[in-house]
Design a protein around this ligand. Sequence first.
Ligand code: GMT
Length: 367
Amino acid sequence: MNIGIVCYPTFGGSGVVATELGKALASKGHNIHFISYNQPVRLDAFTENIFYHEVSFNNYPLFKFAPYETALTSKIVHIVKAHKIEVLHVHYAIPHAAAAVTAKHILAREGIILKIVTTLHGTDITLVGKDKSYEPVVSYSLHESDEVTAVSESLKKDTYEFFNYDEKITVVPNFIDFKRFNKQPKDHFKKVIAPNGEKILVHTSNFRKVKRVPDVLEIYRKVSVKVPAKLLLIGDGPERAAVEEECRECDICKDVIFLGKQEAVEEILSIADLFIIPSETESFGLAALEAMACEVPVISTNTGGLPEVNIDGVTGYTSNIGDVEKMAKDALEILQDKNLARFKAQAKEHSLKYKLENILPLYEALY
Ligand code: GMT
């Protein structure tokens, strides 16, 4: 098939899922056309039947805000016509679904049929659900999509709750390519980070408020009083400077290592003993699943789709938002030598449910 994929090009989340999906579809012989404002970060190597189309526009002085949605809509129309796109899969509702729906209507006037699959990823529903200003456009775009998917049961429920939409939503969870996400032998790296056999705790995120990175620090501090440990923080974002400042104030800079944005996150996860994700809201928690695939148990909140991914007492533990006391206690429980191997094995075992080979056919069936 000729398939268009509209996504954000950034590290993490919806952009990663969209890009990995496109690459997997291309390897099965589909022609994949990515449409975005930048080359998606994981679209890093030439592949025969993958094409990238950049949305660009001139920002005239009259415009206070760049008309991205209009430029995207026009781009979709051009690409669908030029490459005979049959299905357009948009990741993240705002503004991608609305642009796709407008393009579909423009094309219909010329007798061209375009089918739209909209995948909801999280903040397009949960955060926006609390800000009603986008509601009419999102509800309309969902109605006008041919298929709507959500990445967890929790997100499906939230969508029905926040939006004026009661048609079918298919849950298609995030997935893992186990050819890439696997525990790798990285003992030399582990020795550099933890020369005295310290436990290694890891957190990955875009350092937005919703990730509650200060809670990660608090959990680490409570754990490291009892068990020698190092904390690796992967990613970058608005809250990072404040968290670094807090490390300096608490004099723990030598044990808390900020790694910034990392491409080969699986190599770092390969030396980790525990992954911490204390988010305020998380529709799925792909970062947690990536950790589990590398045999790392998870300490998370019980919000959104996290309990679907991190099974309480099996792959790690879940807690109420902000309950750092319990999260630290649970972390110590997992880190005890008699428990660690069991939790690691169980995390891996559960992650296998989300292997690419299981999830890809679900999307193909929708197309
Ligand atoms: O987590 C983020 O802030 C990025 C965000 C996105 O839209 O790219 O991630 C969302 O989509 C991911 C892929 O489906 C999910 O794994 C994340 O849980 C979700 N983030 C939130 O709900 C906060």
